[in-house]
Design a protein. Sequence first.
Length: 280
Amino acid sequence: MSGADIVMRVEDVLVTYRRVGRTTEAVKGVSFELREGRCLGIVGESGSGKSSLARALLGLEPEAASGRVWFRGEDVLSMDRRARAAFRRSAQMVFQDPLGSLNPRMRVGDAIGEVLRVHGRAKGRREAAERAAEWLGTVGLGAEYAPRYPHELSGGQRQRVNLARSLCAGATFLIADEPVSALDVSVQALILNLMKRLQRERGITWILIGHDLAVMRAMADDLLVMRAGECVERGPAERVLFEPRHPYTRELLSAVPDVAGALRRRGGGGARQSGREQNT
Ligand SMILES: Nc1ncnc2c1ncn2[C@@H]1O[C@H](COP(=O)(O)OP(=O)(O)O)[C@@H](O)[C@H]1O
Ligand SMILES: [Mg+2]
């Protein structure tokens, strides 16, 4: 293994779901390397195997996944219990549905405090509450949101709480599986800007899963295009978006007016998200 700054190295990962009478090859041999502090975008239509790959990378598909996944040099698919516990702290998943991943009966301050305590980042209730308030600030909410319940927040605010919960355990690597797909378009850019800021300020390494190429253009350093379980194209995001090599990538691009327009203008910047970031 070369390159100390490689966070994740993936070699020929396959995910095969076996049910009685039916076998689904969801991921058919994907490989890539992800460097420290970078964002890898994974795009592809629904059913192309993105979420299956994401779960496999975090060791969450022990039955179905094969291949090799190294996280900072450690083999994810054959970790012992101790190594796995440390890995769980460092590597977290952020899901699409912010409401579904929060306990409806827990105030959001306590929801963050709980994670802090479970992972030994805060000792008593008091310290957990103080730290949770700080985290609410970090994600652009304020301490005044601590007593609220998830249903009292907007979708974007809930996703901010989710990000705080993922990061407060000490995560340095996040897989965000369509994190803004359930949000209003006007809110999407705000959450993406927050993610970009956290990536920059905290040196977080990301995998961002989605199907919106305009979003990928704004967020991703590298892109991996999936189709029917296979990686059809992979490379620096600008190269993939502006000099697509695979016909499928060209097809995807032609369906996105923003990117197709920017492609024609070559670097017109039409798809860039605004620098605005608000509490929405
Ligand atoms: N737990 C599972 N059991 C069986 N088949 C699954 C399971 N999860 C996903 N699949 C199948 O694997 C394929 C890829 O699904 P998925 O990884 O969810 O794709 P994507 O996230 O790109 O939409 C689909 O055909 C889906 O039906
Ligand atoms: Mg999915």
